[in-house]
Design a protein around this ligand. Structure first.
Ligand code: PAF
Length: 285
């Protein structure tokens, strides 16, 4: 157990990183918005195992929230996050302020096309510009050799991979598996918003993904049939509203009609006022 070095100033991070790089150290970066749970810690552990130095950024990025979203409400608990990260021997916690990341006069933007247009992009049209821009800034500041993301944000990983390929960013992207509670609920900082009753309702997300897997393994190959069954299960639960249920190609994220190879089933569901996402990659048996 080591207390991480906590850096708030972006130029101080850049200076510290060039010192580490000049000593030949490799850097693993885990970008987060804090309110850490075991899903984040699994990424920090992977960074520590794969690289000499593990950096975890904790920054609730204002530019990826639309005005009607939960930016103000998003949980902030920096000291608790640092305490958790000390248990997995994270070397550096980077926790900048919004003013430090977006000083007066900031007008630049990283826009990734194609893969951003569907799913989250159609419900949150400005979201991925905010994500791509902040992640590019974090890559520049940390000079990361490897960056670790959770597979729960499946489309986000596809967007980052596209950005890195298109813009020749020399950072390897590793996606780590979704971490779930024993009852199936995917870990998310937004689970904190759920009441006890809503948390029970939210279990329908993972249950419906399991049902999709069962149908596909039993031989169902019409995506529309699987999708309708998943939608029915979610709506029959009550207290839910669906943003989307999608059966997509895991590489292109294009919607499938026939299930021939691997598919990813992606969900965005509102439980009360909380918007949750989940997904599962399914191999036909
Ligand atoms: O996945 C998240 O928590 C955020 O989108 C990220 C990658 C840290 C960028 O703010």
């Amino acid at each position: 157990m080591t207390n991480p070095e906590v850096i708030h100033d972006p130029s101080e991070l850049a200076r510290r990183v060039s010192e580490l790089k000049s000593q030949g150290k490799t850097i693993g970066l885990v970008p987060t918005m804090g309110a850490l749970h075991y899903g984040h810690l699994s990424l920090a552990i992977a960074a520590k195992n794969d690289c000499d130095v593990a950096i975890v950024s904790v920054f609730v990025n204002p530019t990826q929230f639309a005005p009607n979203e939960d930016y103000d409400q998003y949980p902030r608990q920096l000291q608790a996050d640092i305490d958790l990260l000390s248990q997995v021997d994270t070397d550096i916690v980077f926790a900048p302020s919004p003013e430090a990341m977006y000083p007066r006069g900031f007008v630049s933007n990283v826009h990734v096309g194609g893969v951003t247009t569907r799913l989250e992009g159609s419900f949150r049209p400005t979201h991925f510009d905010g994500v791509a821009t902040v992640v590019m800034k974090l890559f520049q500041l940390s000079q990361a050799n490897v960056a670790f993301f959770g597979q729960k944000d499946f489309q986000q990983v596809a967007v980052i991979r596209r950005m890195v390929a298109d813009l020749n960013v020399p950072t390897e992207i590793i996606a780590c598996p979704i971490v779930r509670e024993a009852d199936g609920l995917a870990l998310s900082s937004r689970n904190k918003y759920l009441s006890a009753e809503e948390r029970k309702t939210a279990l329908v997300l993972s249950r419906s993904l399991g049902y999709a897997k069962e149908l596909i393994h039993k031989g169902e190959r019409e995506a529309a049939v699987v999708k309708a069954a998943v939608e029915k299960m979610i709506l029959d639960e009550g207290g839910t509203a669906i943003d989307y249920v999608s059966i997509s190609d895991p590489d292109s994220l294009q919607e499938m009609t026939r299930i021939a190879g691997n598919v990813v089933v992606l969900l965005a569901v509102r439980v009360g006022k909380t918007r949750l996402i989940d997904n599962m990659v399914i191999e036909p048996a």
